[in-house]
Design a binder for this molecule. Structure first.
Ligand code: NAD
Ligand code: 6OD
Length: 485
């Protein structure tokens, strides 16, 4: 059986208290690994080793050398892509095509930020002084120090490296707390860091749970200078409270209940293909997914029929099997949550267009966390299923009659992460994009990402923006130097 260890000060180790927990396969529910749980002392050791690295080789390394090292990390990740994919698939059960994309993004996250930090502009102001000699102000950026990185399970490698990449590029060190559901790729990245010569203590991984465990130990540790988090809004709020002690900055990427808005003039095939992905990709476990779909009334019946056909053509099964487009949910616990919403939708009066239950899987997969891709219609916007993030392969589709109406309805939730708008009318696309309360709006596309662009959520979907130069605002301290001439 695989045993996953913490990675502290460049070495793999069990937890100081000797505790471990089991990791189960989402495909079958069989135990596939044991994971060493980090105790308070381990988190402390990780933070201390990070602090040492900041004072030593890493802190003193020239920018060009740091950039070269991060590019080596990316190259080594690409070289070991099959191993990363296998680890990601074992942890999540996602289809190989999805895992391949996520792992390639993992490497890209190091390359892009290595590039960003090479080209950081600075600001200089000349000022006048009463003696007529003047002064010169210029701003320099310095790392914030030890960054705590708390990660979710839905796109483990992609989302972890999305934060580790810029943190290291800016000269920080990290202590990563992967989700308890997905420990493997973070551990593998430790091997990569070691192999390419990233100094000990720069990249640390501590495994465990949230409250009363590693997540809490990390976010309350006084030696952690900043905390970056991706996960549920409720957890983000708890982390924000922890960070208040010591007035430490947070970057929070949290939940969503995103609208997909399809106008009657949209390219129907493209809108169906895009909505299929935005509802069912990664079994609906994508924060950017569109669990609320609004379709302009003249297109409504046609759209629902086409989405039903497309959803029913999805193939559930073994991740490497040809043609498989959907895997299981991450765990039995999450399946119970998603199925409770499937039941609630019916209680609330939904018409189940397709799905709504558990698929009949081959014997080997009967114990897995499988659910059917599901489409509902007929619910009011106030229904729980239309307001709360389910994080499963499901959506509710409702008709609308005007642009103003759909904007108001799209904005009527606590979240504001993203939206997907489908229309051929360019002026309308601009108007709607401007009015939607969200951090990211896609027009005639979904999850099309240029990593230089700002990413983050509005309202209760997040605090702060990361991506390209925007990441510098969180991962560096900007210091003004004023020189009297
Ligand atoms: P989660 O909030 O349950 O857990 C995320 C991480 O926080 C895990 O590592 C967990 O162990 C840790 N944690 C939990 N409680 C903690 C605490 N009190 N202190 C410190 N750490 C704690 O989220 P999840 O279920 O792993 O992920 C799914 C959620 O993530 C969804 O809500 C989804 O929308 C969100 N998400 C958001 C984005 C985004 O970019 N906005 C991206 C991906 C996922
Ligand atoms: O693409 C990214 O960088 C990103 N943060 C994606 C988020 C996906 C949510 O599940």
């Amino acid at each position: 059986m695989t045993h996953i260890q913490n990675f502290i000060n460049g070495a793999f180790c069990d937890g100081a208290e000797g505790k471990s927990f089991e990791k189960r396969s989402p495909l079958t529910n069989a135990v596939i690994a044991t994971v060493a749980e980090a105790a308070k002392a381990d988190v402390d050791a990780a933070v201390t080793s990070g602090r040492r690295a900041l004072k030593g080789g890493w802190g003193k390394m020239e920018l060009a050398a740091r950039v070269a090292l991060l590019n080596k990390v990316a190259d080594e990740m690409d070289r070991r892509a099959e191993e990363f994919m296998a680890a990601e698939i074992a942890d999540t059960g996602m289809p190989a095509g999805v895992a391949r994309h996520m792992c390639a993004r993992g490497a890209a996250n190091f390359r892009i930020f290595a590039d960003v930090v090479k080209n950081v502009p600075t600001e200089i102001f000349e000022m006048s002084t009463p003696d007529g000699r003047g002064a010169l102000n210029y701003a320099i950026r310095r790392p914030v120090g030890v960054v705590g990185v708390v990660c979710p399970w839905n796109a483990p490698l992609l989302l972890m490296t999305w934060k580790v990449g810029p943190a290291l590029a800016c000269g920080n060190v990290v202590v990563v707390k992967p989700s308890e559901e997905t420990p493997q790729t973070a551990a593998l990245l430790g091997e990569v860091m070691k192999a390419v010569g990233v100094p000990d203590g720069v990249y640390n991984v501590v495994h465990g749970f949230g409250p009363g465990s590693t997540g809490e130990f990390l976010t309350t540790h006084p030696g952690v200078n900043a905390i970056t988090f991706t996960g549920e809004t409720r957890t983000g709020a708890a982390i924000m409270k922890a960070a208040a002690d010591g007035a430490r900055p947070v970057s929070l990427e949290m939940g969503g209940k995103n609208p997909g808005i399809i106008f009657a003039d949209a390219d129907l095939d493209a809108a169906i293909e895009g909505t299929l992905r935005s509802c069912f990709m990664n079994t609906g476990q994508v924060c950017l997914g569109t669990e609320r779909v609004f379709v302009e009334r003249p297109l409504f019946e046609t759209f629902v029929a086409a989405l039903k056909t497309a959803a029913e053509a999805m193939k559930l099964g073994e991740p490497y099997a040809p043609g498989v487009t959907m895997g299981p949910l991450i765990s039995q616990e999450h399946r119970r949550k998603v199925l409770s919403y499937y039941a609630k939708a019916v209680e609330e009066g939904a018409k189940v267009v397709t799905g709504g239950g558990v698929p009949d899987m081959p014997e080997a997969y009967k114990g897995g966390a499988w659910v059917q891709p599901t489409v509902w219609t007929g619910l009011p916007d106030e229904a729980a299923v239309c307001r709360e993030e389910i994080f499963g392969p499901c959506c509710h589709v409702s008709p609308f009659d005007s642009e103003d109406e759909v904007i108001e309805r799209a904005n009527a939730v606590q979240y504001g992460l993203s939206a997907a708008v489908w229309t051929r009318d360019l002026a309308r696309a601009h108007r709607v994009a401007a009015e939607i309360e969200a951090g990211v709006v896609w027009v005639n596309s979904w999850f099309l990402r240029d990593l230089r662009t700002p990413f983050g959520g509005a309202k209760q979907s997040g605090i702060g923006r990361e991506g390209g130069v925007h990441s510098l605002e969180f991962y560096t301290e900007l210091k003004n130097v004023c020189i009297k001439l």
